[in-house]
Structure formats: structure tokens, C-alpha cells
Design a protein around this ligand. Structure first.
Ligand SMILES: NC(=O)c1ccc[n+]([C@@H]2O[C@H](COP(=O)([O-])OP(=O)(O)OC[C@H]3O[C@@H](n4cnc5c(N)ncnc54)[C@H](O)[C@@H]3O)[C@@H](O)[C@H]2O)c1
Length: 363
């Protein structure tokens, strides 16, 4: 496959670097841990169980190349022991309850994991990780106040935080918690630099998460079922999972560098302007790529309100971190279908995943 955009990561920086990835058993965490292993980092993962069955984490044997700790981020003592054991120089905090619908069923749990969990991680970095240089807290493009209907715009980092549902609001809270730690608790000379990363609607092989369009499409194809779609007109900033992950790596490099102070802020990582597409366009393209195996219909059941148009302005990351999307939507969808075809054909998906990382981010 021809790859348009390419990201360049400093492998010198990562080789031998002690990195703590929270949420390493999840979809994004597994891709990130695999990538860090390829870069030669000394990776420790902290998670509570494996969120899906099957999972990229298990199929690609991600745990085999790293230390792993089974800890609930709500347990401050457990997080402290884990951070002491890992002695990280870089912390990439992804562990979360990431599902909007589950947040409607279990709002308090969502706040505990996403807000208190973030505070626990930051607190122990403050107290127990004097060697830490960079912390990236992963929030979401959903952390912004919902735009009024009919006023679509691309969010910039200075826009108001908000979110109607508990998940979105918990990610806005995690933004505020991180900003408060940065501005009040991490101000001494040599303190680690903190940043947040806002990205969303990531797609890639190996996602079996609940209520995610491409994951639902994969399930429908695997089960020979008709996909039921809630909001075919909703426009989203779809991007390949390796795009924001490259952003997290570049951001950590910048935070740990001489001018880390300037990177210690919030960053958007979204697709290039004009690449946002409605759900229906993504499905039409996937249906073509799957050559008739995917069909879908409108789900008329009552659904939670969702923003009709979500788009991010990532020009700050492009300008100041030299980040750009790893590939466009068309290629991202091809990579997803290639990955799942390989999985169904019984190929080793660790090899497939490594090949996709190497194609998008050559060493
Ligand atoms: N996938 C997306 O489209 C998307 C979009 C925006 C933001 N995000 C954010 O990216 C991050 C990763 O998302 P994902 O899609 O990989 O999610 P995921 O559900 O696949 O993985 C979640 C990870 O968090 C861990 N975890 C959950 N609860 C925990 C707890 N109490 N203690 C310790 N670990 C716990 C799980 O074990 C798993 O490793 C999350 O912070 C999520 O909010 C994801």
C-alpha cells in the first residue's frame, strides 16, 4: 500500500527509556506499547484487566515484551507501588473508562476512574518519581463544550471545556486536574513537565470496543450480521490510531527536551482539514473495501444526544511539534480492513501490526 503521510519519531530518545503506559491492555495502549517495544524502550504497563475479548493486546502478545502490573488506578496505594517499581522517565496515561454509554449507566465509576485515577497517577509522579521528565495525560476531543446545533467549527485548545455526558465531562475534569497539578504542584526546578492530548475517533486494526463505529462494523462482518447505525449524519474527525499515538510520542519528546516548558499545555491531534467525514461516508467506503460483506441500517431507537459535528484544529501540533497525521482516512480504512482480513486468515497479527507501524513510521 502507498502511504502518504509519515511520522518521524526520535528512536535515540526512546531507546532504553523507562516508560510507564497506563491502559496498555486497551486498544490504543496495546498499539502504543508495541510501538515503544519496537523503539527499544523499557516499557512497563499498568492496567486493570483486558477490556475486550478478543483483543489486540492478547492476539499480538503485547505483554511478552514488557513488564506488567495489574493495578486499579482508583487505588492510590497500588498506583504508588507501581510507579515506584517502574521508576518511569516518561508516563503516558491512557487508562480510563472510555465509553460514553457506559458512563450513562455508571457515571460515578467513570468519574472515579477518569478523574480520581488521573489525580492518583499525577500525585504519585509528584511524590515518588523524581526521575520523571514528561507526563502525557490522554483525554479526548469530547472534552470541549458541545457546540450549539448548526454552528460547526474546529475546536482549538483554548476553547471552553464541557461535555453533556459523564464520559465527556470526566475528560474535561481530567484536563482541569492536570492543569492544576501543572500550575501548582509541578513548578519546582526539574519537576516533570505535564501535557494533555485531545484526540478522538481513532480507528485501526484490533479494536473490539463497545459502541465504536469501526469496531461495530468489524463485529458485523465477523458475525455476518447487519450493522445498526445510530447517527449516520454525524461528522467526526476519524483518524488512524497511529496518528495520535505519534503525537503522544512527539509530545513526550518535547516535554523532556530543553524547551519542555513550552510544550507543557493541551494539544489537539486530529485529521487534516477537510478529512472529517460523516458516519455514512465511512460505512460506504468500508462496505466497498469489504466487498459486500458489510451492510447497515438505521437504528431508530432513542439514543443519547451526541454532537452532530466534531472537528479539531491541530495546527499548533503541526507547527510546534512537527506532527502530522500518519495517513489519511482512505488509507486508515484500508489498513483496518487489511488487518482484520489477515486476522481472519489466521495470520500472526503481531507481525501485521508491526508491519503497519513500520509502514507509517519508518525507523
Ligand atoms: N478509542 C477512541 O476512539 C478514543 C477517543 C478519545 C479518547 N480516547 C482515550 O484514549 C484512552 C485509551 O482508550 P482505548 O480506546 O484504548 O480504551 P480501551 O477501553 O481499549 O482501554 C482502556 C484501558 O484502561 C484500562 N483501565 C480501565 N479501567 C481501569 C482502572 N480502573 N484501573 C486501571 N486501568 C484501567 C484497561 O485495562 C485498558 O487497558 C482513554 O483514556 C480514552 O478515553 C480513546
Amino acid at each position: 500500500m502507498k502511504i502518504a503521510g509519515r511520522v518521524s519519531i526520535d528512536d535515540e530518545f526512546w531507546r532504553g527509556r523507562r516508560v510507564l503506559v497506563t491502559g496498555h491492555t486497551g486498544f490504543k495502549g496495546a498499539w502504543l506499547s508495541l510501538w515503544l517495544q519496537l523503539l527499544g524502550a523499557d516499557v512497563t504497563g499498568l492496567s486493570r484487566g483486558v477490556p475486550t475479548q478478543p483483543s489486540l493486546y492478547e492476539l499480538a502478545r503485547v505483554g511478552a515484551g514488557m513488564q506488567e502490573l495489574s493495578v486499579d488506578v482508583r487505588d492510590a496505594g497500588g498506583v504508588r507501588d507501581a510507579v515506584r517499581a517502574a521508576s518511569p522517565e516518561v508516563v503516558l496515561h491512557l487508562a480510563a473508562q472510555p465509553l460514553v454509554r457506559r458512563s450513562l449507566r455508571e457515571p460515578a465509576l467513570t468519574y472515579e476512574v477518569n478523574v480520581i485515577g488521573t489525580a492518583n497517577v499525577l500525585d504519585t509522579v509528584r511524590l515518588d518519581a523524581p526521575q520523571a521528565r514528561a507526563v502525557v495525560v490522554v483525554t479526548s476531543d469530547k472534552c470541549y463544550e458541545n457546540p450549539r446545533a448548526g454552528t460547526p467549527r474546529r475546536f482549538v485548545e483554548g476553547d471552553a471545556l464541557g461535555g453533556h455526558d459523564p464520559y465527556s465531562s470526566s475528560k474535561a475534569c481530567a484536563e482541569l486536574v492536570t492543569a492544576a497539578y501543572r500550575d501548582s504542584c509541578f513548578i519546582s526546578e526539574g519537576a516533570p513537565k505535564l501535557a494533555t492530548a485531545r484526540a478522538g475517533n481513532v480507528i485501526g486494526g484490533g479494536d473490539w470496543g463497545e459502541d465504536r463505529l469501526v469496531a461495530d462494523a468489524v463485529r458485523a462482518v465477523e458475525e455476518g450480521a447487519v450493522l445498526r447505525v445510530r447517527n449516520p449524519g454525524a461528522v467526526r474527525p476519524w483518524q488512524h490510531v497511529l496518528s495520535p499515538l505519534a503525537g503522544y510520542l512527539l509530545l513526550a519528546q518535547a516535554l523532556a527536551g530543553e524547551r519542555g516548558e513550552q510544550a507543557a499545555r493541551a494539544w489537539n491531534f486530529g485529521p487534516a482539514a477537510g478529512e472529517e467525514q460523516p458516519v455514512s461516508a465511512v460505512l460506504e467506503r468500508l462496505a466497498k473495501l469489504w466487498e459486500g460483506e458489510l451492510s447497515w441500517e438505521l437504528d431508530a431507537a432513542a439514543n443519547p444526544p451526541e454532537a452532530s459535528h466534531l472537528a479539531l484544529d491541530s495546527s499548533a501540533a503541526e507547527r510546534e511539534l512537527a506532527w502530522s497525521p500518519a495517513c489519511g482516512l482512505e488509507q486508515a480504512l484500508e489498513l483496518v480492513v487489511d488487518w482484520h482480513r489477515a486476522h481472519r486468515a489466521g495470520r500472526d497479527v503481531r507481525e501485521v501490526s508491526v508491519a503497519q507501524i513500520e509502514a507509517l513510521a519508518p525507523g
